[in-house]
Each structure stands twice: as structure tokens, then as C-alpha cells.
Design a protein around this ligand. Structure first.
Ligand SMILES: [Zn+2]
Length: 91
């Protein structure tokens, strides 16, 4: 689990995501698959909120060790947009 506190937590991972530009697919709200289009490697990222704290989990090796990876960064980016849309639509 990667605890998401400040933007700095994911800064390096966000920069890598901007370079790699992985494909993020939405399985459902909070569950995403992230694919490196160059290698085809696909990982599952889950975004959860527990006791007011936000976490992301990725199934890649770095993610399993609790390190911020670019898969999580890419999925969190999509999750933030979805969450904002849901809030705007009052779901
Ligand atoms: Zn990952």
C-alpha cells in the first residue's frame, strides 16, 4: 500500500507516468488496470480511502513493496478526475 499524503509522495512516479504514458482502463470506480503500451505489462491498481486516509495499491513489484510506482500515479490521476465528476454529479 502506498499512502497518498502530499503530491510530493507521487512526484517521481508522476514524472515517469508522463514519460511512459501508460494506458489506464477503469474496471470500476477505484479499480484500474494500467498497461505499459511498449511492453504490454499490465498491473492492477486499487485506490481506497480508509479512515480518511487515501491509499493506492499496485500489483507490480515496486507497488507490492509499498513504493510509489508510475502505474499507481497514472491510476490515481484518473481516479481524481472520476471522483471529481462523481462529486459534481452528486452521486
Ligand atoms: Zn505499479
Amino acid at each position: 500500500m502506498i499512502q497518498l499524503t502530499t503530491a510530493a509522495t507521487l512526484e517521481n512516479a508522476i514524472n515517469k507516468a508522463r514519460t511512459v504514458k501508460p494506458l489506464v482502463r477503469i474496471a470500476k470506480f477505484g479499480s484500474y488496470t494500467v498497461t505499459n503500451k511498449a511492453t504490454g505489462a499490465t498491473y492492477a491498481v486499487t485506490c481506497i480511502k480508509r479512515e480518511g486516509k487515501r491509499f493506492a495499491h499496485c500489483t507490480c513489484k515496486a507497488g507490492e513493496r509499498g513504493q510509489a510506482c508510475y502505474h499507481a500515479a497514472a491510476a490515481v490521476g484518473a481516479h481524481i478526475v472520476l471522483a471529481a465528476e462523481r462529486a459534481a454529479l452528486n452521486f
